[in-house]
Design a protein around this ligand. Sequence first.
Ligand code: ZN
Length: 262
Amino acid sequence: MMIDTHCHLYLDDFKEDAGDMLIRAVNAEVSHFFLPAIDSTTHKAMMDMEQQYPERCFSMIGLHPCSVKQNYLYELDHIRELLKQRPFAAIGETGLDFYWDSSFAKEQYIALDAQIELALKYDIPLVLHTRNAMQETINVINNYKGSGLRGIFHCFGGSLEEAKQIIECGFFLGIGGVVTYKKSGLDETLKNIDMDHLVLETDAPYLSPVPFRGKRNESSFLTYIVQKIADIKQVSIAEVVRITTANAKSVFNKSFSQEKAP
Ligand SMILES: [Zn+2]
């Protein structure tokens, strides 16, 4: 079975057919879904979905860098309150994003550090989003070397040099639909990266793999990502699934130890 380590299945994009979409995913052998938080406007929808499918869906909690605005301190307090009330699978997604707007760059750094502290306090993984800020994010994570901080650089699309730095920090690379895009160059990078450092993700509803690029993404499409990784690494699909599932279980070990026996 495969694990979708990053999917926003609780968003309105799936309002009409969330149940059917999950059945398609399970039929495609995707067994578990990790739901990254965005901000307080979507926390309830996320936790409602988790409550509906408690054996399969696991909520993270965090503040997306694109949601770091004037009210970010309120958002961070809200996260701290929720963490006192119940366990979460991870802190995320957090990180740095200077693609659309860097006017809150300073606040993004503050929010990232605050969320790293929470990941350490609760001993859960950190799920990172970076855009136009890969090296900046790696530099922040480097400050915490030896602290026990661990997690995933979600939607990795960087260079081999960046991948090596991330692995050095003890983080995994989240590989999604981008690996199927011709011009991404990610295939060349992955040839030189051991599969022991990779986890699978769709980032649904975003970033659909080829041949669905531009359409709504969903977790069943993970099969196209696995096929592409198998082609790149010249191994069987079963081998990609075996290793990446073991990796995902080791990152989210607490979620799996809480799981009820089947
Ligand atoms: Zn995301």
